[in-house]
Design a protein. Structure first.
Length: 747
């Protein structure tokens, strides 16, 4: 959970605030204080009333709310401010949202991944809004000379209930700014019954700018005197430049010079890969000049990495005992008891993030300080990486966060930003680094390849009496420890399997990384859920039982799953998993329609990022083996939901994202080099391939808010595979779909 440092500025705000605005501790002060390096200097900084770092109110009634999270299509820049505005009882039409700079001291954790923005900052935003509302109410009561209990907030005004008198927030801002900031324990929060925005839904705050081309993405940053750079990276991880000839590159019109970027040794972390940068006065010239470079590489030991060979190693390891991470009952005895045993192996390849916006960053190093403009999920990661690379203080790094054209976890790794900063320091001028699509795919932090082996002993009804799951993958931890061979990803859908099975063991096999591994939307849940939910469907069909009825049977009765390290306040409640399973099946009309002749239906249920999701997929498979997805039904229990409209969009997007993974998601490596280059050989779903219709049903819940950006992906992929089995009788145990011939056999 994220913590936010509460730093009261009241001690030095005395005598400074004279503009008559209320600013919401530490964050919003006039420009002279900001210029002294104390704060960030947004419009909210210069507002009058301020109780904390998140919001400010001007005398004209404008409410400024700061978004400390990165906007990449999730709607977080809308949803978190909605929480504050609701508790403040502000008029949403009079709210302006501004993006925070990277500043951990003020905002706490700003890393926008892990589906935890709402979960971590829901209470923080409510406290901010309640503090401002309380101060405004106190100011109104003092002006009228009435008890505060007779006053209440009512849509951007404070009303004196006995007399009906009203004062607007802007009118009260200056008086409220003189009052002490209320303690958290003295705040009274609005009950759910009177929430104005939370749970009601609204379109994205940025929608108009997005639709009119006025939104600012990373590529839109412009600085006088800026040059453009394109970097030729070592084709093999850890490779170095032996020599290079740039004479032809320098002949390209617009190319100014070339600059070598020093290679970095493991651990890789978020450091740039090194290579040679072509500097030009426009991106086209930089790209064309780069093609003319003649570089001789020293590839290093990772040149021996071949994904086909590595797959065999992983699969072999998955058939051998590994590190035990969960062990209940006596699995070995159950398997030796003579019960019927079923087993299966599963495999998922490396995946690339392939966000629509390739990587880009602009840096301006001047007088020992650097200013960054970047589409980043981790502004604090940018500050840490850049300060380390340049050998300067973190306080001398300013990171402006633009909109992101997709992220999926890739843009929380700021290696590309580091390149811009290093080049700006070397050149003494502003530099924009632009990656091509080929760079984006070939030099990604790839989602881990994985091999899984599952084995079950079953009783007369086909219900498991013993369960063994081995998962083998090069871990994300290899970024910081090249010798890491097992990782926490085993807890993402494997060791936390919620099944009611008396004998259960989960093991993590060892695997070394030979390429950069990173988190991608839903992380290890992708491959673990694929294996678990596919194997469950296999067991159901082997037993001749309905897959939904069987899935509910193995989940077992409502109970709390005993996890090793449960998230405080978020017990794993199988009643909630059962509910979404039943809801998705009901919405899909499970059991009420007949399928056959190339049509089928499949289900999968999974909990990730503290959210319970069940997905039913319908498919049509023609004689050529081409798959069409006419309908997807998803049921979601994410606890308290702030913006239902944007949450539904996330799960619709997850179905499309999952379709890309299943249909064509595969990165292969030969001689240490990524084979795929662009969307011609690493395709994302086209409109004709994406689900035709996606229905998302949200559970009305009073539970604490959970994640929504990632949990829709894990159940979709196995549900699709299970539907294909229903339609064709062909089981998907590896992805992508192209690995399995789905064409019908003709007589």
């Amino acid at each position: 959970m994220s913590t936010v440092q509460e730093v009261s500025r009241r001690s030095f705000l005395q005598g400074i605030l004279s503009s008559g605005a209320l600013v919401l501790c530490a964050r919003f002060v006039p420009a002279d204080v900001w210029a002294a390096g104390l704060l960030d200097g947004t419009s909210a900084d210069r507002a009058t009333l301020h109780t904390d770092v998140w919001a400010g109110i001007n005398p004209d009634g404008t409410v400024f709310i700061i978004s400390s999270r990165s906007e990449m299509g999730t709607g977080i820049r809308t949803s978190l401010p909605m929480v504050l505005a609701d508790e403040l009882d502000a008029d949403w039409k009079r709210v302006k949202i501004e993006q925070a700079l990277g500043n951990e001291k003020l905002y706490g954790d700003q890393d926008t991944d892990g589906s935890h923005s709402i979960r971590s900052f829901f209470d923080v935003m409510r406290q901010s809004g309640a503090s401002a509302r309380t101060m405004l109410t106190q100011a109104a009561a003092q002006r009228w000379g009435v008890p505060i209990g007779e006053c209440a907030a009512d849509l951007h005004t404070i009303v004196h209930r006995p007399s009906g008198r009203r004062l607007g927030y802007g009118e009260l801002a200056a008086d409220a700014a003189k009052l002490p900031i209320p303690k958290k324990e003295d705040l009274q929060f609005k009950p759910r019954s009177v929430w104005r925005y939370i749970g009601k839904g609204t379109s994205s705050y940025d929608l108009r700018d997005l639709c009119t081309g006025n939104a600012m993405y990373g590529m839109d940053a412009r600085i006088d005197g800026m040059v453009y750079a394109s970097v030729e990276h070592p084709p093999v991880l850890g490779g170095t430049v032996k020599s290079y000839d740039d004479q032809q590159a320098l002949q390209v019109k617009g190319v100014q010079q070339t600059v070598a970027i020093d290679p970095f040794k493991p651990p890789w972390g978020f450091q740039p890969l090194g290579g040679v940068a072509v500097i030009a006065n426009n991106t086209w010239a930089a790209f064309q000049g780069r093609k003319k470079l003649n570089i001789s590489w020293e590839d290093g030991p990772n040149a021996s990495y071949n994904s086909d060979t590595y797959r065999k190693e992983l699969e072999k390891t998955s058939r051998q005992p590994g590190k035990v991470v969960r062990n209940e009952g006596d699995v070995d005895a159950a398997f030796a008891s003579g019960a019927k045993v079923l087993e299966a192996g599963y495999y998922l390849p490396h995946l690339a993030h392939a966000a629509m916006e390739p990587l880009v960053a602009t840096a301006d190093f001047k007088d020992g300080k650097v200013t960054i403009w970047a589409p980043t999920q981790s502004p604090q990661g940018v500050v840490d990486t850049v300060s380390s690379l340049l050998g300067i203080s973190k306080d001398d790094v300013t990171c402006h966060v633009t909109l992101l054209g997709g992220g999926f976890g890739r843009k929380s790794k700021p290696d590309y930003v580091g390149e811009a900063a290093v080049l700006s320091k070397k050149l003494g001028k502003p530099v924009k680094v632009v990656w091509t699509r080929e760079d984006d795919i070939q030099f990604d932090y790839l989602h881990s390849v994985s091999a899984m082996y599952l084995k079950a002993a079953v009783d007369a009804r086909g219900r498991p009496t013993a369960w063994l799951h081995r998962s083998v993958f090069p871990p994300i931890g290899s970024m910081n420890n090249p010798n890491a061979t097992t990782g926490d990803e085993i807890s993402m859908g494997a060791s936390d399997v919620p099944y009611d099975i008396p004998n259960l063991r989960v093991e993590n096999g060892e695997a070394l990384a030979h390429i950069r591994i990173g988190w991608l939307r839903s992380v290890g849940n992708i491959y673990n859920a694929f294996a678990v939910q596919t194997f469950t469907d296999e067991l159901a069909h082997a037993a001749g039982r309905d897959p939904v009825e069987y899935l509910l049977d193995v989940i077992g009765p409502p109970r709390i799953v005993n996890l090793k390290d449960p998230e405080p306040g978020y017990p794993f409640d199988t009643a909630r998993l059962r509910r979404v399973t039943e809801m998705a099946a009901e919405k899909a009309g499970w059991g009420k329609r007949k399928f056959g002749h190339g049509t089928g239906i499949g289900i999968a249920s999974h909990r990730s990022f503290l959210t319970y999701v069940s997905t039913v997929v319908e498919v049509e498979v023609n004689d050529k083996g081409e798959v069409r997805i006419p309908h997807v039904f998803t049921a979601v229990d994410a606890g308290t939901i702030v913006n239902p409209e944007l949450v539904r969009l996330q799960f619709e997007g997850a179905a499309v994202f999952g379709t890309s993974i299943a249909r064509s998601g595969e990165i292969t490596v030969q001689n240490g080099r990524v084979v795929q280059t662009n969307f011609n050989n690493y395709a994302v779903s086209r409109m004709s391939e994406a689900p035709l219709e996606i229905s998302v049903d949200l559970v009305d819940s009073n539970e604490p808010p959970a994640g929504v950006g990632e949990p829709g992906v894990p159940p979709f992929v196995p549900a699709l595979g299970n539907a294909i089995f229903s339609a064709t009788g062909k089981r998907l145990r590896e992805l992508p779909l192209s690995k399995t011939n789905l064409a019908r056999q003709t007589a």
